[in-house]
Design a protein around this ligand. Sequence first.
Ligand SMILES: C[S@@+](CC[C@H](N)C(=O)[O-])C[C@H]1O[C@@H](n2cnc3c(N)ncnc32)[C@H](O)[C@@H]1O
Length: 279
Amino acid sequence: MTHFNSTRETVLKASRAYYAHRACYEDLLVQRQRRFTEANKRELNFLERAFSANATCPIKKVLDIACGSGRHVFGLAKLGYECTGLDYTPERIQIAKERAKREGLSVKLLQGDATQLKHENEFDAVLALYVLFLLPNDDDVLKCLNLIHRALRPGGILVCNVGNPFYKGKRWFSLNAIYEGLRVVEDRAPGIRSTEVALLRDFDPMHGVAWWQETSTIEASDGAHVFRDKERLRLFTYWDILHYLQAAGFKEIKCYPDWEINPRKKPKAETLVFVSRKD
Ligand SMILES: C[S@@+](CC[C@H](N)C(=O)[O-])C[C@H]1O[C@@H](n2cnc3c(N)ncnc32)[C@H](O)[C@@H]1O
């Protein structure tokens, strides 16, 4: 089986099914499990510091182009930012809307494709977190970054991240996971247990594209569920993203490894977080 030439539609369909199936369960884990709540805190803290360190306009209006169930937009809304969250998977937007209602948070939530943004000179900051690797092909990545550049006001910033394929530890994006061909992750929180087994089905080393077959077994208060889905991941290096950002017109581009505003001399660089300004 080869997936090297998968169409845009195939990739989007697979990604939508994957994120739809897990939508409400991931939201529970994100809200209840320490690993996620700590990551959330760290990322929100980074965002606030990155806004003040890198933007040359005051940051008020924020757009998240793949908000999922809304963890970043809700965190920022609580801090007083005016947020809009967009996501391709309607089930994720639905979960986010329910949470907004429950918590009385005012966030504009829309279903949409990050490669079809229509905004112009509207936002002070745009977030593209944990999503670039999912876009169906490299033309989409460039198109998406171009549209984000257009959506920003001058002086505004884009914060985006990718997993670093050269990271040596045993994590999702590492070459290590690719060569082992298998990844198993178990997460538990009050009222939920999830085990995800991902098998590498196809890897194109020239283009850095991997197709995984993922089986999630979830036990939650509504019963036990097994979901089998495919997911396509594109591995990007620091240089790939730098070149794309430059091609999209961003000028002041900084990379912060592992959500550290003041990185250690030799960071682990599991995640590369780019902050880029529109001049
Ligand atoms: C790994 S999740 C990250 C969600 C969120 N940014 C977070 O950090 O929790 C990836 C999200 O990207 C969304 N997505 C995938 N392709 C997309 C596209 N073309 N446009 C907008 N959202 C997309 C998925 O529906 C999913 O919610």
